[in-house]
Design a protein around this ligand. Structure first.
Ligand code: C5P
Length: 266
């Protein structure tokens, strides 16, 4: 149930935009987090570690407990292979999954087409299909070494444009790239952002970080947070603190709730 905040800001709106990264290597630990946090976050991100450890059943297990899943396997292969993998992710009932935008326009187009075909054919809920632009672990030098000489921001914007052209639903990108992506892609394009830390938290392993307030203010639609919640003595309290910080990132102009994919108000 949503609670209405003063000025009509819908509390619960931001809760649904917080994604907890289930970066653990044991099923009991993963399910313990799911039971603890299902009412506190909007989605659970399942990455390669948990998926390979637990198998595809982990998606079913999370859904049976009332959780939604962002399947973060970052597919990158020939178009047919990625499209077929995307069909399987769709049949699993995930809410979102991602592919690498650098896999090509054709790879993304075929992926979107296969997802639409599977959903239409089987009457399934359509997952959001996201494109990873440039991994946040890469710096300018790393990109140069693989032949990308134009800088990170240019590459991110180029890939976001390609994803939009392929009719992808949005991108995964670092908080510092939200503004240029929003400018380039306009309305209705989702931006999912990792690299988020509460003020005073552990900033050491993520150089390119932002607070939840700042990331929401900049125009992020969903925030992915792992370690700060996972390693908190009270994960529920920390998740609530992050949701409260996200609410603070909304300006009064957002008070009826900001639609997904909307640019932040001026
Ligand atoms: O650091 P934290 O645990 O909050 O990260 C949550 C998720 O964000 C990770 O699962 C990872 O996929 C992603 N991440 C990222 N770039 C980083 C660090 C983490 O995309 N530099």
């Amino acid at each position: 149930m949503s609670v209405y905040w003063p000025f009509g800001i819908r509390q619960g709106g931001m809760r649904s935009r917080l994604i907890f990264a289930l970066d653990v290597g044991s099923v009991p630990e993963a399910l313990q987090f799911v039971d603890l946090l299902t009412r506190e976050v909007g989605m659970f991100k399942v990455g390669k570690q948990l998926f390979l450890h637990a198998g595809p059943q982990i998606v079913q297990m999370i859904r049976e407990r009332g959780g939604e899943v962002f399947l973060d396997l970052k597919f990158h292969d020939i178009p047919r292979t990625v499209a077929k993998a995307a069909g399987e992710a769709t049949r699993m009932g995930v809410r979102m999954f991602d592919v690498h935008a650098s896999g090509s326009l054709e790879m993304m187009r075929r992926t979107v087409a296969e997802v639409n075909k599977v959903c239409r054919g089987q009457g399934l809920r359509r997952p959001k299909v996201l494109a990873v632009t440039v991994l946040t672990s890469l710096n300018r030098e790393d990109l140069k070494r693989v032949g990308v000489t134009g800088g990170i921001e240019n590459q991110v914007v180029r890939l976001a444009r390609l994803a939009k052209e392929a009719n992808m639903d949005g991108v995964v990108a670092s908080p510092h790239e939200i503004a240029p992506i929003r400018k380039e892609s306009g309305r209705g394009f989702l931006i999912v952002t990792p690299g988020v830390r509460l003020r005073g938290g552990n900033w050491e392993d993520q150089k390119r970080v932002m607070t939840p307030e700042a990331a929401i203010r900049a125009g992020a639609d969903y925030l992915v947070v792992g370690q700060p919640i996972r390693e908190a003595t009270d994960p529920v309290a920390t998740a609530r603190e992050i949701v409260a910080a996200m609410e603070r990132g909304l300006t009064p102009a957002d008070r009826r709730g900001r639609p997904l994919g909307a640019p932040p108000p001026d």
